[in-house]
Design a protein around this ligand. Structure first.
Ligand SMILES: [Fe+2]
Ligand SMILES: [Fe+2]
Length: 406
């Protein structure tokens, strides 16, 4: 920009650059540096630049006047945002979640895929997201849990030693394959439940979106390593039961995000953490113990996200507690006709705890599995208390939880 004289407004010469080739960039940036109330003089030589400048000014809400009838010199006075194209732009919160009013109670369909905090032009298309209210999805520590998950990602190739030599008896190896087969099936549910909701959450709630996305990635990794563990040494997956699948299907069928998170994460994955800790302590080989340890760490984050969301929702809507209790009861009733935990899985856990097929070893394994069941029930009870359930109610609901664990 040049100044022809101290009393004259700044002048920009766009030379032979047309508005079909980017001339508006020069004009736009020159306007942005003008002092309040000033105008900009624009001159150029590209064919038809005058009409292009006039069109552009109209679209942007800037006033345009010509110095004389020859139209060799234009005076452009910037319009306010209120007068221009962005006058009806939607305010969509702030990118920084800690800023006041950053995350809004309701997200609008016409904000669509815009970055939170962007100004969205009027007339942008509506994109419908079923979960578009903060109280339905939010968790106060979603951003922290996402960051933790990013730094805690592990590469199965690096974090695990697949060259391990097995020294345990073949019947214990068969028990490991049965438990891993059961766990893959549970992980499939744990991947699909958040994945289905992920596509329904308004991107305004991006911290939640990110936390669920990495949770889905965690589950994909669990499925991979459990499957790989089954196949190590030439094995194939074992048995999948109707009762187990019925229990998991009831999770897939739950349409409410909070209820699904309660059943899956607070009760199911919480129980699963105990199961993984059992395997981390009692599996016969170091590879399986390490797999269980790493997966348990991931699951603990999934439980934390579910807890955080429910604490937030229950704070807004204490009556939700009744709906959660009802969901546990309804699920229990619908599964009453099924066998619950696969007998094969129960026996496999006993055998893993036993380590050998002798009466004394099986007695010890059986006691360890009884202890596991008590720890699972205690864990559920403790989490239910933290969600504000009365002691008796927490105990009752913990006991009604599916015998399939998840
Ligand atoms: Fe998992
Ligand atoms: Fe999980």
């Amino acid at each position: 920009m040049t100044r022809s004289g101290t009393s004259l407004p700044p002048t920009i010469d766009i030379e032979t650059l047309g508005f079909d080739a980017g001339a508006h960039l020069l004009v736009k940036h020159a306007l942005a540096t003008l002092p309040e109330g000033a105008s900009l003089r624009v001159t150029g030589q590209a064919p038809g630049w005058q009409a292009q400048l006039a069109d552009w000014c109209r679209a942007q809400g800037h006033a345009l006047a010509w110095a004389d009838a020859s139209q060799r010199l234009a005076h452009v006075t910037p319009g306010t945002a209120e007068a221009g194209r962005w006058r009806d732009a939607a305010h969509t919160g702030h990118a920084d979640p800690r800023a006041a009013g950053a995350v809004l109670p309701e997200a609008r369909a016409h904000w669509g895929l815009a970055a939170r905090g962007a100004r969205v032009e009027a007339g942008s298309p509506d994109i419908a997201f079923r979960l578009d209210r903060k109280d339905e999805v939010w968790a106060e520590n979603a951003a922290e849990l996402y960051a933790q998950a990013v730094s805690a990602q592990w590469d199965p190739e690096v974090a695990l030693d697949w060259q391990v030599a097995f020294t345990h008896p073949p019947e214990v190896e068969a028990a490991i394959r049965q438990v891993m087969t059961y766990m893959v099936e549970n992980e499939n549910a744990a991947l699909l439940v958040p994945a289905r909701f992920l596509g329904q959450i308004h991107p305004h709630y991006r911290e939640l979106q990110a936390a669920l996305a990495i949770q889905v990635a965690d589950e994909a990794r669990h499925i991979e390593v459990f499957t790989r563990r089954i196949r190590l040494g030439g094995g194939e997956p074992a048995l999948s039961t109707a009762g187990g699948q019925a229990s998991l299907k009831s999770l897939l069928d739950e349409p409410d995000f909070s209820v699904a998170g309660f059943l899956l994460s607070v009760l199911g994955e919480g129980t699963f953490v105990n199961l993984l800790q059992f395997l981390a302590a009692h599996a016969p080989d170091p590879l399986t113990r390490q797999i269980a340890k790493l997966a348990a760490r991931d699951e603990a984050r999934h439980v934390a996200l579910g807890m955080s969301h429910l604490l937030y929702r229950l704070q807004q809507e204490p009556a939700m507690r009744g709906r959660l209790a009802h969901a546990v009861e309804a699920r229990h009733d619908s599964l009453a006709g099924t066998a619950g935990l696969n007998e094969e899985v129960f026996d496999a856990l006993v055998l893993i705890g036993a380590g050998a097929l002798t009466p004394a070893a099986v007695a010890a394994g059986f006691a360890k599995v009884q202890q596991l069941m008590r720890e699972m029930a205690d864990g559920r009870f403790t989490r239910l208390l933290r969600l504000g359930f009365e002691r008796a109610e927490a105990e009752r609901l913990s006991a009604l939880h599916t015998r399939n664990f998840m």
